[in-house]
Write a protein that binds this ligand. Structure first.
Ligand SMILES: [Zn+2]
Ligand SMILES: [Zn+2]
Ligand SMILES: [Zn+2]
Length: 143
C-alpha cells in the first residue's frame, strides 16, 4: 500500500474511533479499491493477498464491528451470503436475478415518496436514510 493511501485510510479509521491495525487497514482498503458489494468471504480472500496469515475470526469480527459503527452497511442482493459496502459512498444497485451482475446508479429522486410517507404516517415524521435496490435480468441473461 502507498504511504499516502495508508494515511488516508488511517484518518478514516480514527474518525470512527478505531485504532489502526493492519487487518482494519486492509479491509478498508479493499472496500475503497473494489467499490462493489463484497461478501465476508471475498474480503477475507483480498486481505489474505497481503496478510497471508490473517485470521478469519478477526476479519469477520471486524466486519461486524464496522457495520455496527456505520462505516460499512449490508447490501440486499437477495443472496444467502451477506454483502457489504462503504456506508459513506451513497448509491444504489440494479441486480440481475439470474447471474448476480450488479450495476450502480446514483440518482435517488425519491423526495416525493419521503414527503408522502412523512405526511401520511402517524409514526414517522422524519426520514434520515434509505436504500434502493432494483432487481431484473441483464441483457446477457435475457438473450
Ligand atoms: Zn455499490
Ligand atoms: Zn444476468
Ligand atoms: Zn439514494
Amino acid at each position: 500500500m502507498k504511504k499516502a493511501d495508508t494515511t488516508k485510510l488511517s484518518t478514516i479509521l480514527k474518525e470512527y474511533a478505531y485504532k489502526v491495525t493492519p487487518t482494519r487497514l486492509s479491509i478498508l482498503s479493499t472496500f475503497m479499491r473494489v467499490r462493489k458489494p463484497l461478501s465476508a468471504e471475498h474480503i477475507l480472500k483480498h486481505v489474505r493477498k497481503t496478510e497471508r496469515k490473517a485470521d478469519q475470526v478477526t476479519v469477520y469480527r471486524t466486519l461486524t464491528s464496522f457495520e455496527k459503527k456505520g462505516l460499512i452497511k449490508k447490501v440486499n442482493l437477495r443472496t444467502d451470503a451477506a454483502f457489504y459496502e462503504l456506508a459513506f459512498d451513497h448509491h444504489h444497485h440494479v441486480v440481475c436475478t439470474s447471474c448476480g451482475r450488479v450495476e450502480d446508479f446514483t440518482d435517488c429522486s425519491i423526495s416525493h415518496i419521503i414527503e408522502k410517507v412523512t405526511r401520511t404516517s402517524p409514526y414517522f415524521k422524519t426520514i434520515d436514510d434509505h436504500s434502493i435496490e432494483l432487481f431484473g435480468m441483464c441483457t446477457t441473461c435475457v438473450r
